[in-house]
Write a protein of this length. Structure first.
Length: 249
């Protein structure tokens, strides 16, 4: 009630000899009307307008309040939908196609840490190239049909869980080169510049990968020894040109 006094909706009555406020019947009626409007969802900033309005003005004002409440309800429902998505981390900030891919990756036996790493990477990619996500995900989902891709993820998972060793790093590098050679023969790698032409963003993605685990940097070294460079965008390393020098004796 004090708040109603403070905002000017209810006049503050005189106090009696004992110091108590004395409310008349009119004050009680006004208080009931104020509370009825407030409990119906009318903002206090609009209550005075309704209290002082004519019947026609009251009806018009109630209609406008109803429109505002409906808009607020829709906004709250959208908030609820977004809050519900928080329960499923995979679907937060990524398109449905990515969620489907991550579900298939998880079903293949990839660890939760691996799935989360992939998810975070695709959050970045979806923000940069939202229109390309369906095509990207079609390719990634198809790759999981290749047993070698599943084997690759499992080898990486093992090293994350138990630590790096040269034998498994070499096996991963050899497997990656084998699959990239086949991709190059199919012409898949030729489309990388079209799909991933943003050098600055590729640099960001590469740094994201190397920061995630030190084995990525070591794998890049092994791939370089095998004639490949990059990570998010793989390319053949140009062979150094050799020049023959003749020496006079």
């Amino acid at each position: 009630m004090r708040h109603y006094h403070h905002v000017g909706l209810l006049p503050e009555p005189e106090r009696d000899r004992s110091g108590y406020r004395t409310y008349g019947a009119g004050d009680v009626v006004r208080l009931i009307r104020i509370r009825t409007l407030a409990e119906a969802g009318v903002p206090l900033s609009r209550v005075q307008e309704l209290l002082d309005s004519t019947p026609a003005e009251f009806a018009d004002a109630v209609t406008r309040v109803d429109v505002e409440l409906r808009a607020r309800i829709r906004e709250l429902q959208e908030h609820r939908r977004r809050i519900a998505r928080l329960a499923d981390g995979d679907s937060l900030a990524v398109p449905p196609e990515v969620v489907t891919y991550l579900d298939k990756l998880r079903a293949s036996g990839a660890s939760q840490a691996m799935v989360e790493g992939e998810r975070d990477g695709w959050i970045l990619i979806a923000a940069r190239w939202p229109d390309k996500i369906p095509a990207f995900m079609a390719d990634k989902t198809a790759q999981l049909d290749d047993p070698r891709t599943v084997q690759l993820y499992r080898l990486l998972d093992d090293m994350v869980a138990t630590g790096m060793d040269d034998d498994r790093l070499t096996a991963v590098a050899d497997l990656m080169v084998e699959m990239m050679e086949e991709s190059a023969q199919r012409g898949d790698l030729d489309r990388q510049d079209e799909d991933l032409g943003d050098d600055a963003f590729i640099g960001l993605m590469d740094s994201f990968a190397t920061d995630a685990h030190p084995m990525v940097e070591r794998l890049q070294e092994l791939l370089a020894e095998r004639g490949w460079s990059g990570w998010s965008r793989m390319e053949r390393t140009p062979e150094p040109s050799t020049t023959r020098r003749r020496t006079r004796r």
